[in-house]
Design a protein around this ligand. Structure first.
Ligand SMILES: [Zn+2]
Length: 137
Protein backbone atom coordinates (compact mmCIF):
# COMPACT_ATOMS: atom_id res chain seq x y z
CA UNK A 1 0.00 0.00 0.00
CA UNK A 2 2.98 2.33 -0.43
CA UNK A 3 1.26 3.70 -3.51
CA UNK A 4 -1.40 5.14 -1.25
CA UNK A 5 1.02 6.80 1.13
CA UNK A 6 2.78 8.25 -1.91
CA UNK A 7 -0.50 9.49 -3.35
CA UNK A 8 -1.45 11.22 -0.10
CA UNK A 9 1.88 13.03 -0.20
CA UNK A 10 1.46 14.11 -3.82
CA UNK A 11 -2.09 15.37 -3.39
CA UNK A 12 -1.26 17.12 -0.12
CA UNK A 13 1.69 18.82 -1.78
CA UNK A 14 -0.49 20.24 -4.52
CA UNK A 15 -3.09 21.46 -2.02
CA UNK A 16 -0.42 23.17 0.05
CA UNK A 17 1.34 24.68 -2.93
CA UNK A 18 -1.76 26.08 -4.59
CA UNK A 19 -4.04 26.92 -1.67
CA UNK A 20 -1.51 27.68 1.03
CA UNK A 21 -3.00 25.05 3.34
CA UNK A 22 -1.05 23.75 6.30
CA UNK A 23 0.52 20.31 6.14
CA UNK A 24 -2.01 18.65 8.50
CA UNK A 25 -5.10 19.99 6.72
CA UNK A 26 -3.76 19.03 3.30
CA UNK A 27 -2.84 15.52 4.46
CA UNK A 28 -6.25 15.00 6.07
CA UNK A 29 -8.05 16.17 2.95
CA UNK A 30 -5.96 13.91 0.71
CA UNK A 31 -6.50 10.93 3.01
CA UNK A 32 -10.26 11.51 3.05
CA UNK A 33 -10.47 11.70 -0.72
CA UNK A 34 -8.45 8.51 -1.16
CA UNK A 35 -10.23 6.71 1.67
CA UNK A 36 -13.62 7.24 0.07
CA UNK A 37 -12.45 5.64 -3.16
CA UNK A 38 -10.38 2.85 -1.65
CA UNK A 39 -12.98 1.19 0.52
CA UNK A 40 -15.06 -0.58 -2.04
CA UNK A 41 -12.58 -2.11 -4.51
CA UNK A 42 -10.05 -3.20 -1.91
CA UNK A 43 -12.60 -5.24 -0.02
CA UNK A 44 -12.99 -8.90 -0.79
CA UNK A 45 -10.86 -11.68 -2.09
CA UNK A 46 -10.62 -10.52 -5.69
CA UNK A 47 -7.80 -8.17 -4.73
CA UNK A 48 -5.69 -11.08 -3.47
CA UNK A 49 -5.91 -12.72 -6.86
CA UNK A 50 -4.64 -9.79 -8.87
CA UNK A 51 -1.05 -9.78 -10.06
CA UNK A 52 1.17 -6.90 -8.88
CA UNK A 53 1.06 -5.03 -12.21
CA UNK A 54 -2.73 -5.08 -12.25
CA UNK A 55 -2.83 -3.93 -8.66
CA UNK A 56 -0.66 -0.93 -9.52
CA UNK A 57 -2.97 -0.11 -12.38
CA UNK A 58 -6.08 -0.38 -10.23
CA UNK A 59 -4.51 1.81 -7.57
CA UNK A 60 -3.41 4.36 -10.17
CA UNK A 61 -6.96 4.63 -11.46
CA UNK A 62 -8.31 5.00 -7.95
CA UNK A 63 -5.89 7.82 -7.21
CA UNK A 64 -7.10 9.68 -10.31
CA UNK A 65 -10.73 9.18 -9.30
CA UNK A 66 -10.01 10.33 -5.75
CA UNK A 67 -8.31 13.49 -6.99
CA UNK A 68 -11.22 14.19 -9.33
CA UNK A 69 -13.63 13.81 -6.38
CA UNK A 70 -11.54 16.24 -4.36
CA UNK A 71 -11.37 18.68 -7.25
CA UNK A 72 -15.14 18.55 -7.69
CA UNK A 73 -15.68 19.17 -4.01
CA UNK A 74 -13.35 22.19 -3.94
CA UNK A 75 -15.24 23.61 -6.92
CA UNK A 76 -18.73 22.86 -5.58
CA UNK A 77 -18.02 24.29 -2.13
CA UNK A 78 -16.38 27.42 -3.60
CA UNK A 79 -13.10 26.80 -1.80
CA UNK A 80 -11.50 27.40 -5.20
CA UNK A 81 -13.67 27.09 -8.29
CA UNK A 82 -10.70 26.68 -10.63
CA UNK A 83 -8.51 24.38 -8.49
CA UNK A 84 -5.85 23.84 -9.54
CA UNK A 85 -5.83 26.87 -11.83
CA UNK A 86 -4.06 26.54 -15.15
CA UNK A 87 -0.90 28.66 -14.96
CA UNK A 88 -1.22 29.51 -18.64
CA UNK A 89 -4.77 30.82 -18.62
CA UNK A 90 -5.78 31.10 -14.95
CA UNK A 91 -9.50 31.23 -15.52
CA UNK A 92 -9.93 27.48 -15.80
CA UNK A 93 -8.77 24.47 -13.80
CA UNK A 94 -6.30 21.86 -14.93
CA UNK A 95 -7.54 18.30 -15.33
CA UNK A 96 -5.75 15.05 -14.72
CA UNK A 97 -4.43 13.20 -17.72
CA UNK A 98 -1.41 11.36 -19.01
CA UNK A 99 1.95 13.09 -18.50
CA UNK A 100 4.54 13.62 -21.23
CA UNK A 101 6.76 10.99 -19.63
CA UNK A 102 3.93 8.72 -18.48
CA UNK A 103 2.25 8.86 -15.12
CA UNK A 104 -0.51 11.21 -14.06
CA UNK A 105 -0.22 14.90 -14.80
CA UNK A 106 -2.23 18.10 -14.48
CA UNK A 107 -3.16 19.12 -18.01
CA UNK A 108 -4.52 22.23 -19.71
CA UNK A 109 -7.62 21.19 -21.65
CA UNK A 110 -7.34 24.29 -23.87
CA UNK A 111 -3.80 23.58 -25.06
CA UNK A 112 -4.18 19.83 -24.62
CA UNK A 113 -0.82 19.90 -22.84
CA UNK A 114 0.57 18.40 -19.63
CA UNK A 115 1.48 21.25 -17.28
CA UNK A 116 2.97 19.42 -14.28
CA UNK A 117 2.97 15.89 -12.87
CA UNK A 118 0.57 15.19 -9.99
CA UNK A 119 2.32 16.34 -6.82
CA UNK A 120 4.36 19.00 -8.61
CA UNK A 121 2.08 22.01 -8.66
CA UNK A 122 4.18 25.05 -8.11
CA UNK A 123 3.76 27.37 -5.20
CA UNK A 124 2.97 30.91 -6.19
CA UNK A 125 -0.76 31.45 -6.36
CA UNK A 126 -0.06 34.97 -5.13
CA UNK A 127 2.65 35.63 -7.71
CA UNK A 128 1.14 34.26 -10.91
CA UNK A 129 3.57 35.92 -13.30
CA UNK A 130 6.53 34.33 -11.59
CA UNK A 131 4.81 30.93 -11.65
CA UNK A 132 4.20 31.22 -15.34
CA UNK A 133 7.81 32.17 -15.98
CA UNK A 134 9.20 29.05 -14.31
CA UNK A 135 7.07 26.46 -16.07
CA UNK A 136 7.87 24.84 -18.39
CA UNK A 137 11.50 24.77 -17.21
ZN1 LIG B 1 -5.03 26.39 -19.75
Amino acid sequence: MNVLAGAVGLIAHDLTATLGWGHARAQAEARDALGNRMQFPLDGLAWEQLDPATRQEVLGDLVVEAVEDLQQRLHDTFVDTTWPACPRHRQHPRWLGEGDRGGTAWCCPGDDAAIAPLGHCRRGRLTPLLTEAVWPP
